[in-house]
Design a protein around this ligand. Structure first.
Ligand code: 13P
Length: 241
C-alpha cells in the first residue's frame, strides 16, 4: 500500500500543562501496531513538552502554523527551524481559521508549505470551500484554485492535503459520504503524484462517523479538531482505522 492512513489531531488554541497526561493516556489506548500514523498538533507552547511526553510511543507531534522566513525581525512569529528544534515532524499550513483570521492567501500558504519542506518537515496543507461556495455550486472550483495556488510544485511525496469544508468545521455537520468521496477523487486527480500524496478529511470527525469516512477510497485519514481534545475520543478515531 502506497499511502498509510494518518489520524491527526489539531488542538487549535486549547490546552496547557494540565493536559500533558493526555499523551500517556492516548499511547495506552491506541491498539498495538495500529495501521495508522498518529499525529497531535498542540499549541506551540506545549510542543516540546508533548514531544517529551510521547517518547517511547509512536505518536508524532506537529505545529499549527509557521512563518515563511527562517529567522529575523518578525515579532511573535515562529520559524520552521524552531518547530523542528522543538521536535515537530509536521506543520499545518493554511487552515481555514488562519485564512479567515489572518487573511492568509493561497500564495502565502504555498510559501509556508515550501518553508516547511525546506526544513525536512511535512506540511499539512488545508483547503476547503465555504457554505456559500457550495450553495452556489462553486465548491470544486474553489478547492481547485486553492490546490493550484497553495500546493508547492515539488515535494509531492512529503506533503499532505487536508480537505476541510469550512461549514463542517466545529459545527457538528459533516459532508455527506458522497460529497467527501467525490471531492477527494477530484483533489486526487489534480495532484502531481496522485498515488503517493495523502489526502485527509476534516470537519466534525468523531468516533461515531470516523469508520465510514475512513473507509472511503480516496480518504487517507482525518484531521480532527474538537474530538482530538480528549484521549478517549481521539483514540476511538485512531482505532477505527
Ligand atoms: P472539528 O473536528 O472540531 O470540526 O475541526 C476540524 C478542524 O478544523 C481540524 O483542523
Amino acid at each position: 500500500m502506497l499511502r498509510k492512513t494518518m489520524i491527526a489531531g489539531n488542538w487549535k488554541m486549547n490546552g496547557d500543562a494540565s493536559n500533558l497526561s493526555y499523551f500517556k493516556e492516548l499511547a495506552s489506548s491506541i491498539v498495538p501496531n495500529s495501521a495508522a500514523d498518529v499525529l497531535v498538533c498542540p499549541p506551540v507552547t506545549l510542543l516540546a513538552r508533548a514531544v517529551e511526553a510521547c517518547q517511547g510511543s509512536s505518536i508524532q507531534l506537529g505545529a499549527q502554523d509557521c512563518h515563511v522566513a527562517q529567522s529575523g525581525a518578525h515579532t511573535g512569529d515562529i520559524a520552521v527551524s524552531m518547530l523542528k528544534d522543538a521536535g515537530a515532524a509536521y506543520v499545518i499550513v493554511g487552515h481555514s481559521e488562519r485564512r479567515a483570521d489572518h487573511a492568509e492567501t493561497n500564495e502565502m500558504v504555498q510559501c509556508k508549505a515550501e518553508a516547511v519542506l525546506s526544513q525536512g518537515l511535512k506540511p499539512i496543507i488545508c483547503i476547503g470551500e465555504t457554505l456559500a461556495d457550495r450553495e452556489s455550486g462553486l465548491a470544486q472550483e474553489v478547492v481547485g484554485a486553492q490546490l493550484a495556488g497553495s500546493v508547492p510544485k515539488e515535494g509531492a511525496d512529503n506533503l499532505v492535503i487536508a480537505y476541510e469544508p469550512v461549514w463542517a468545521i466545529g459545527t457538528g455537520l459533516t459532508a455527506s459520504l458522497d460529497d467527501i468521496a467525490s471531492m477527494h477523487a477530484f483533489i486526487r486527480a489534480q495532484l502531481a503524484e496522485p498515488e503517493i500524496t495523502q489526502i485527509l478529511y476534516g470537519g466534525s470527525v468523531k468516533p461515531g462517523n470516523a469508520a465510514e469516512i475512513l473507509a472511503l477510497q480516496d480518504v487517507d485519514g482525518a484531521l480532527v479538531g474538537g474530538a482530538s481534545l480528549t484521549a478517549d475520543n481521539f483514540s476511538m478515531i485512531v482505532n477505527a482505522v
